[in-house]
Design a protein around this ligand. Structure first.
Ligand SMILES: *[C@@H]1O[C@H](CO)[C@@H](O)[C@H](O)[C@H]1NC(C)=O
Ligand SMILES: *[C@@H]1O[C@H](CO)[C@@H](O)[C@H](O)[C@H]1NC(C)=O
Ligand SMILES: *[C@@H]1O[C@H](CO)[C@@H](O)[C@H](O)[C@H]1NC(C)=O
Ligand SMILES: *[C@@H]1O[C@H](CO)[C@@H](O)[C@H](O)[C@H]1NC(C)=O
Ligand SMILES: *[C@@H]1O[C@H](CO)[C@@H](O)[C@H](O)[C@H]1NC(C)=O
Ligand SMILES: *[C@@H]1O[C@H](CO)[C@@H](O)[C@H](O)[C@H]1NC(C)=O
Ligand SMILES: *[C@@H]1O[C@H](CO)[C@@H](O)[C@H](O)[C@H]1NC(C)=O
Ligand SMILES: *[C@@H]1O[C@H](CO)[C@@H](O)[C@H](O)[C@H]1NC(C)=O
Length: 447
């Protein structure tokens, strides 16, 4: 009896552990960008009679996750009764109650202000360097020069020396939605600024950093992207799994989506309200589909065509990016019409690549319609010891669009090689084997 219960318990434990290994994306960090973070740095430039003047900079140290429109919102809670006298290159969303002030009225009196970026085209006298991009920040790999955003804040009713100043608390970052968790502010070595001609170095009077990390689990996103597959050796096109991102509302007919070429379309596109349908009617209802086609087989090489299709009528994806994991990326020979960088999340593993559009050519993935797609071809050099068209080896292991996981078809649906027996040792087979042996292995290890 006791032995049976122990077996049951170890079985359950073992499966929980197994789950953790299979679904790493539900963890609080991204296994393809383990060091990715957003760092918010406050540099105090001068002390004022009742506080200080600081420049706050948000650095996006994430390899591929960028911050797209409508942009970031940064919030915090003041430690004492601080107010914001003025800002440049940014603004708070809500002034709050400043009735205790006479004469000069502060920019914001809230205990927990929320700051947003200003829009492009802001008058020069309200700008500072790296501001005014509507809160949009590039990913680190794609455009490091635009991977930061700054604003200046003049704080009153605050400490006026590094002994009396109190660090703000409870930082929050929406970029644009939820998903980021910020740690506490930490005093770090003061930032050094080098003048434009490189002949003089100045330094902040005091600096603190806050680090925020992303979790897809916290973002609680329903899938927004799926993968379809095809190959030259089999006519079957394996579509995205049905209802990946939603289901068509059959009862009220097409009210949940827009039929391609519908006259209704003209009225949909301009005004965005929350309940209007915005995706083209498909079986998967995803705004983005990535298609991977195994196109050609040469003696030494093989060729893949990737097509990204936008089914969203309300969204132009600017500076889109794709992260693809496939074992042959260690020997990518040529890529056409996309930019490419190998990501090595762990030393020795370069099976992961980031792909993105060429500036002014295809870096804009246009809204749904005749121009709503971008494509590229990849040429891989075969490594004779691993290359095979069997068991779905030629298909990607994992794809992200703009940092969000794209749902793959189940492995047993992949196109087969003609005359090949459907895999008996495909991933599901291995998993069920491990799963079945799980309690035994566990017991062997501990008894
Ligand atoms: C944030 O990212 C930067 C750049 O990759 C890295 O140097 C730093 O250690 C990271 N910070 C944390 C707390 O992980
Ligand atoms: C505060 O400033 C003094 C010099 O004015 C310096 O010696 C000290 O290290 C500073 N402390 C911090 C925490 O920056
Ligand atoms: C900061 O957040 C913690 C936990 O969310 C909460 O308990 C605390 O009251 C917050 N502090 C302030 C000053 O809002
Ligand atoms: C603070 O942030 C800046 C900018 O991201 C970085 O250069 C610096 O190394 C960070 N300091 C610490 C101690 O993390
Ligand atoms: C996308 O961009 C094109 C060209 O700049 C523009 O005509 C179109 O209105 C935009 N669509 C949306 C949904 O913003
Ligand atoms: C993969 O890594 C190996 C060894 O680190 C390197 O020689 C090779 O160029 C890398 N491949 C790509 C495509 O970056
Ligand atoms: C790339 O392929 C060539 C030829 O098969 C092989 O010699 C080389 O080791 C491969 N490079 C890597 C990084 O696997
Ligand atoms: C192509 O693959 C499908 C599985 O997706 C399979 O059912 C079919 O039999 C294959 N066709 C050929 C000719 O092997």
């Amino acid at each position: 009896m006791l032995a049976a219960m122990r077996l049951l318990l170890t079985g359950v434990l073992c499966h929980l552990l197994l789950l953790l290994f299979i679904f790493p994306s539900s963890e609080a960090y991204d296994s393809l960008d383990p060091n990715g973070n957003v760092t918010v740095k406050w540099d105090i430039l001068s002390w004022t009679p009742d506080g200080y003047l600081a420049v706050v900079t948000i650095f996006n140290f994430q390899q591929y996750r960028h911050i797209q429109a409508p942009g970031w919102m940064l919030g915090w809670t003041w430690a004492k009764k601080e107010v914001i006298w003025g800002m440049m290159g940014g603004q708070t969303t809500d002034q709050g109650d400043c009735s205790r002030f006479k004469g000069n009225i502060p920019h914001c009196c809230k205990k927990n202000p929320t700051v947003v970026d200003l829009m492009p085209g802001t008058p020069y006298n309200q700008q500072i360097a790296n501001c005014c991009k509507g809160g949009v920040i590039s990913s680190w790999v794609q455009d490091p020069a635009n991977a930061a955003s700054s604003f200046q804040v003049s704080v009153g009713s605050a400490g006026t020396s590094n002994k009396t100043v109190r660090l703000p608390k409870n930082f929050t970052l929406k970029a644009p939605g939820p998903g980021y968790t910020c740690g506490p502010a930490k005093i770090v070595r003061p930032t050094k600024f080098v003048s434009a001609d490189g002949r003089r170095v100045t330094q902040a009077l005091m600096t603190w950093n806050v680090t925020c990390t992303y979790s897809q689990f916290l973002a609680q996103k329903t899938p927004s992207c799926c993968v379809s597959l095809s190959s030259f050796y089999n006519d079957t096109i394996v579509n995205c799994p049905t209802c990946t991102c939603g289901c068509q509302d059959i009862i009220t007919d097409s009210s949940s989506c827009v039929r391609a070429g519908s006259p209704h379309l003209a009225s949909v596109v301009p005004g965005k309200t929350d309940n209007t349908p915005f995706v083209q009617c498909t079986s998967h209802m995803c705004p983005i589909r990535v298609h991977w086609h195994v196109k050609l087989n040469y003696k030494e090489y093989w060729r893949v065509k990737i097509t990204i299709t936008n089914f969203n009528y309300l969204m132009n994806y600017t500076q889109w990016n794709l992260v693809v994991q496939h074992p042959n990326f260690d020997n990518l020979t040529q890529i056409f019409s996309f930019n490419y960088k190998s990501l090595s999340p762990y030393a020795g593993f370069n099976d992961t690549a980031m792909l993105w559009g060429v500036k002014f050519y295809n870096d804009l993935l246009m809204h749904a319609g005749p121009y709503g797609n971008v494509q590229s071809e990849l040429l891989f050099r075969k490594d004779k010891s691993t290359f095979t068209f069997e068991k779905g080896w030629a298909f990607p292991r994992r794809i992200y669009f703009n940092g969000d996981n794209c749902v793959m078809p189940p492995p047993d649906a992949y196109p087969w090689l003609p005359n090949s027996v459907p895999r008996q040792i495909a991933p599901p087979g291995i998993l069920s084997l491990i799963s079945a042996l799980c309690p035994v292995l566990f017991l062997l290890a501990f008894i």
